[in-house]
Write a protein that binds this ligand. Structure first.
Ligand code: B12
Length: 207
């Protein structure tokens, strides 16, 4: 890994916001988005989560760090110059779950890769997903949940979306889901994290 990307990752983990912003503006052109994501941003995300698990940082610090990761992804996405794709993603968190930080990072990575994204926010009922699919006719719906208690609601939303449209593809993700559960709930795709998000999404869209 290049020294620059090692430094970039450290800046995120150590929350050196000012330096990070300056570096975002001066990154050499040869650093393509997938390389920066996989070698700096994503390892930084993992390191921050590990620090939290090891109780070396607390919840407020975790939230600040996750927000900085998200802002970094957003900054990279805005300047990525990725070709626009003609694909529309509608994204949101299922009802009863207030956790939206994972969803927000997913949204910004999609935008960075040229997808058009409609972010519906959080606390979305199955009816809301259905009405958005009816009106917007997206290529893909992404449903996020971080809680075990809301996983079944994701399955319900998928069933209802299927009744509305056979064409739309559905991806799910979030802390308590895994590939096997995603399949059981009837999703077309699952991504454990943004590290595999684009490949998994392309596979789901190709189904
Ligand atoms: C941060 C946090 C909060 C923050 C949320 C801030 C926010 N705006 O999101 C706050 C403090 C508000 C919060 C509140 C609560 N929380 Co909380 N929270 C967490 C914590 C520590 C981290 C979650 C997170 O954001 N992770 C960071 C993201 C980046 O994680 P990620 O999983 O890697 O995200 C990736 C993937 O999931 C994937 N992905 C995500 N979405 C999608 C969508 C698609 C389509 C795809 C393809 C992929 C994908 O890509 C992401 C990026 O790589 C977790 C513990 C943990 N270790 O996970 C508990 C946790 C989720 N919380 C929990 C609970 C219980 C609560 C509360 C109910 C606590 C309470 N009793 O009050 C409250 C909610 C109250 C309410 N209003 O209902 C529990 C859930 C337990 C369960 N059985 O479900 C957890 C697991 C903690 C625990 N161990 O008990 N929480």
């Amino acid at each position: 890994m290049s020294d620059l990307l090692v430094e970039f990752k450290k800046m995120i983990v150590e929350k050196r916001r000012g330096e990070l912003q300056a570096m975002l503006l001066s990154l050499p052109e040869e650093y393509a988005l997938p390389v920066i994501f996989s070698q700096a941003v994503y390892p930084a995300l993992n390191e921050v989560r590990q620090l939290f698990r090891d109780r070396r940082i607390g919840l407020p610090e975790l939230i600040l760090s996750l927000d900085l990761v998200r802002q970094t992804v957003e900054g990279l996405s805005n300047q990525s110059g990725s070709p626009e794709r003609n694909q529309h993603v509608v994204l949101g968190v299922i009802e009863g779950d207030p956790h939206d930080m994972g969803k927000n990072i997913v949204r910004d990575v999609y935008r960075g890769y040229g997808f058009r994204v409609t972010d519906l926010g959080k606390n979305l009922s199955r009816d809301r997903f259905v009405s958005e699919v009816r009106e917007r006719k997206p290529d893909l719906v992404g449903i996020s949940t971080m809680m075990s208690t809301t996983v079944d609601l994701v399955g319900g939303a998928i069933d209802s979306i299927r009744k509305e449209s056979q064409d739309v593809r559905i991806m799910v993700g979030g802390a308590f889901l895994n590939r096997e559960m995603a399949g059981r709930l009837g999703a077309d795709g699952y991504a454990e994290s943004v590290a595999t998000l684009i490949e998994e999404t392309e596979a789901a869209l190709g189904k």
